[in-house]
Design a protein around this ligand. Structure first.
Ligand code: ATP
Length: 868
């Protein structure tokens, strides 16, 4: 059977039953039904059973299993059953959560799934890559990800990176010519393959295979699912857990030895050790951290920031520098032509006159050196080019007819490094190269100037007049493009080297107003100790003018161009970096150097990018941010966060969310660990004082897993406080478990322990160990439920109130209800070894349980007053 690459383009089209107009919508949906969606089924994934058994690998779970066995031998079969049930339940919960987290990551991934430009019914449309079917005419341009396999029909200098498929990292130049013989994948240069990235040029291809039929699909099933990466916080919590497990075992050993020394029966001594182990193990900790993180990412996605790597949520809170693109991110990317400089005069777009040949030439250039289109009144393509089309429409010229009649003979597409775009057309029968681009790039390549009086050699006076005009437009924040042309011989081949010798036509200046939110967002960032730096391909003067309007460029700041930056030594850059707030005419290498310089100073840097060449800088930055709407697939692939609205203000919102998620996680951990600390200290106290064991393992499991989980999640849902953005960014080097943090665990846990032991002592005085244990258990549960309110914020509860977080009240009420069930339902009383308490005893329990919270709140109120 002949392969697609061995056939002519026309033949491929014929076999697939496609015309030049592409598939019809009806035919496409028919094929979609038949062939299925264009998606790759994931490679080998961990099965749910595997995930379930992995939950038992944890050392802490092993300790729990030991506790269950010991309980059994001590005749406490109910405890054993409960512990085993808890272990299994925990593993099930862990598995469910893992699957859920996986799903939510996948749904986030699909939010940033690539789109594809295809021709259907003769119209260029953009569709979700899943909907692409064999027979679709695929339009590819620099920055796109190839979403299906296809045979190239028309090639315009297409270069593709196929490393994901062939491992070859250099770009492959493509062609449309027919190929002969059996060729390996990498040599089939007239084909494009799913999963590769377009790095240069443009092409039209017909889709031959989709989904699992593609070359990528064939190897996808062989590939392992990508390793799940743990975030720094998860890693540090894992480390903490393993250290904790060792410490627990040592203390348990000591307690056991102490009990034996006191001549306690072995089983009773073991029960002490078991109680201590169960009290210390934070069973719910890792699930709660995962839940809070997942809720945070979902919220960010709703607010237009799609997190691709979980670790970005944590790093976001540490961001101290944001390097942002100008066009489209800080500005609206809605360009409108304002002024035209032609023939020494400044005109408004309405003043362009089709009877004037010079005006006609600049219009031809604006329409023909242009790939944007207007479909259903909406602009498709580069907004700069769309603005030119809109300008042309203000005259009576019909751009559609003109484009249809004139065939583009050759082109060199725009790229932001070269800053030019050239096309070749036969104008009035004469082959003519039309060029547009940045003034400082095009002007040196001109030799002549065209006026209404004719074509003249360009004089120095002409040049300085044009440069002056460019500066004037730029200082008003306008984006300026220069236009030129040259007539060439029939056999002239367009090349990068031949882009010179032009005749200058004029300048077109367009406005791209700042987004209204940008000004506020830059001010917010500043308050939050975050420096915003503008990095743009635009002219320095334009960039500085816009930066000034937005509040990025302040008195005493510097603006430098990429060339000036190249001339700076590392020492000079280090010296000036604080002052430079605008980088203009930058190259992708410049971006990497800027990130590097900020990172050298210990900053956590976020960098935005949209182009093909931005990928290395996005990877180098701590948080690479890609643009969801205008960004290339390549940049989205490299980024750790994608903005679905391309808006700078969204980054600041994401930073605030990141800070809040981190703070909530920290508070939830504080809540859980201080509660555990109370349990540990209580058991230690009774062990040292030679008193009976205060808690059965079931008591502690009940608290750790049930009553404590709910307030912990509620703490995780605490909304951001107003002052969140008036604090400095967090230092990434200091983790959560600092000395101060540990001290507060000890103090707060200690307070709860004192009250719990007071209740225990009251119970013991009554002479009944079971009543004493029940009182201790109830006090500990309740005190920890009250403590949930303390951990919501550093501020006192009277300041933050309850209305902001109803979940915290709900969690408290649910916890009290659960405890009441255990206290009063006979069947549960038996299982949880709970004795009947008198009203008086219950009163004491409630009173003692609330004491720690009252004290902690008092301290907060005093601290708040002192700070005022
Ligand atoms: P950024 O998005 O990084 O803030 P930018 O979008 O302004 O910057 P580029 O798109 O790289 O930067 O444009 C750089 C310069 O190239 C512009 O100042 C303009 O003079 C010129 N230019 C932009 N678009 C085109 C185009 N489609 N054709 C020709 N020249 C262009």
């Amino acid at each position: 059977m002949m392969m697609w690459y061995q056939k002519k383009g026309d033949q491929v089209l014929k076999e697939l039953g496609v015309s030049d107009e592409g598939l019809t919508a009806a035919k496409a949906s028919e094929v979609l039904k038949e062939k299925g969606e264009n998606v790759l089924l994931e490679g080998r994934k961990k099965s749910a059973v595997q995930v379930f058994f992995e939950q038992f690998k944890d050392l802490l779970v092993v300790i729990l299993i030991a506790a269950a066995i010991i309980s059994m031998f001590s005749g406490n079969v109910e405890s054993t059953i409960v512990i085993v049930a808890v272990i299994i339940l925990n593993a099930i919960l862990g598995t469910v959560q893992h699957e859920k987290a996986q799903k939510s990551l996948e749904s986030l991934k699909s939010l940033s799934s690539p789109s594809a430009k295809v021709i259907r019914d003769g119209q260029k449309i953009e569709i979700d890559s899943r909907e692409v079917v064999p027979g679709d005419l695929l339009l590819l341009e620099a920055g796109d990800m190839v979403v299906a396999d296809g045979r190239i029909l028309h090639n315009y200098s297409l270069q593709v990176n196929e490393s994901s498929l062939t491992g070859e990292s250099t770009n492959v130049e493509k062609s449309e010519e027919i190929l002969k013989g059996e060729l390996p994948l990498g040599d089939r240069v007239n084909m494009v393959y799913s999963g590769s990235l377009v790095t240069y040029g443009r092409a039209e291809a017909v889709v031959t295979e989709t989904g699992m039929q593609t070359e990528m699909g064939k190897i996808a099933s062989l590939m392992n699912a990508t390793q799940e990466k743990k975030t720094p916080l998860q890693v540090s919590l894992d480390n903490f857990s393993s250290k904790l497990a060792i410490v627990i075992m040592i203390i348990c050993g000591v307690v056991f030895a102490l009990s034996l020394y006191r001549r306690m029966p072995i089983l009773d001594s073991l029960m002490f050790a078991v109680a201590l182990a169960v009290a210390a193990i934070p069973e719910a900790l890792s699930s709660i951290v995962t839940i809070v993180q997942a809720m945070g990412t979902q919220k960010m996605a709703r607010e237009n920031a799609v997190i691709k790597e979980l670790k970005a949520v944590e790093s976001l809170g540490c961001v101290s520098v944001i390097c942002s693109d100008k066009t489209g991110t800080l500005t609206q990317n809605k360009m409108t032509v304002q002024k035209i400089f032609i023939d020494g005069q400044i005109l408004n777009p309405e003043q362009l006159d089709l009877h004037n040949q010079l005006h006609r030439y600049i219009l031809y250039n604006a329409i023909l050196t242009n790939d944007s289109a207007i479909v259903d009144g909406k602009g498709i393509g580069d907004p700069t080019e769309f603005a030119l089309l809109e300008m042309a429409r203000k005259t009576s010229v019909d751009d559609e007819i003109m484009r249809e009649m004139m065939k583009r003979m050759e082109e060199i597409p725009f790229d932001s490094e070269r800053k030019l775009m050239s096309t070749k057309y036969a104008l009035h029968g004469v082959p003519t190269v039309l060029t547009k681009g940045a003034v400082d790039v095009l002007l040196p390549r001109t030799t002549h100037i065209r006026t209404t009086d004719g074509i003249f050699e360009m004089t120095d006076a002409d040049r300085s007049r044009i440069t002056e005009q460019n500066m004037e437009f730029s200082s008003q924040g306008l984006r300026v493009l220069a236009f030129g042309y040259k007539e060439v011989e029939e056999d002239h081949v367009l090349s990068l080297e031949s882009e010179n010798g032009y005749t200058f036509l004029g300048l077109i200046a367009m406005v791209d107003p700042p987004r209204t939110e940008s000004i506020r967002a830059v001010a917010d960032a500043k308050r939050a100790g975050i420096r915003t730096v503008m990095i743009t391909g635009d002219h320095k003067v334009t960039a500085a003018a816009i930066a000034r309007q937005i509040g990025i460029f302040e008195q005493g700041d510097l603006a430098v161009t990429g060339t000036e930056l190249d001339a700076m030594t590392e020492e000079e850059l280090d010296r000036d970096i604080q002052k430079i707030s605008v980088y203009a005419r930058v190259s992708p290498e410049n971006k990497i150097r800027i990130v590097d310089a900020w990172q050298r100073r210990g900053n956590i840097v976020s960098m935005t990018g949209d182009g093909v060449n931005d990928a290395p800088a996005l990877k180098k930055a701590d948080i690479g941010v890609a643009m969801g709407i205008t960004g290339t697939e390549v940049s989205k692939d490299a980024a750790s966060m994608v903005l679905t609205d391309d808006n700078f203000a969204t980054i600041i919102k994401a930073v605030a969310n990141g800070r809040n998620v981190y703070r909530n996680i920290k508070n939830a951990i504080k809540f859980l660990l201080s509660g555990n600390m109370a349990g540990i200290l209580s058991v230690l106290y009774t062990s040292i004082m030679g008193l009976p064991v205060p808690f059965a393992p079931v008591h502690l499991l009940f608290i750790n897993l049930l009553t404590d989980s709910m307030p912990a999640i509620a703490i995780g849902m605490e909304p951001a406080e107003k002052n969140l953005l008036s604090q400095k960014p967090r230092d990434p080097k200091t983790g959560i478990l600092t000395k101060d943090f540990m001290l507060s665990l000890l103090v707060q846990g200690g307070l709860i322990a004192v009250c719990t032991m007071a209740a225990f002592t009251v119970g013991l005085r009554g002479g009944d160990a079971a009543v004493a244990s029940t009182m201790a258990f109830c006090t500990l549960t309740l005190a920890r439920l009250f403590h949930g309110f303390n951990c919501r914020s550093d501020q006192s509860i009277f300041k933050i109130g309850f209305r902001r977080n109803w979940y915290s009240l709900g969690a408290f009420a649910a916890g009290v209800a659960l405890l009441s069930l255990v206290m009063f339902v006979p069947f549960l009383k038996r299982i949880f070894s709970v004795a009947t308490l008198t009203g008086h005893q219950i009163g004491i329990v409630y009173l003692l349980a609330v004491v720690p919270t009252v004290l902690i709140q008092l301290v907060k109120i005093i601290k708040g007053a002192v700070n005022l």
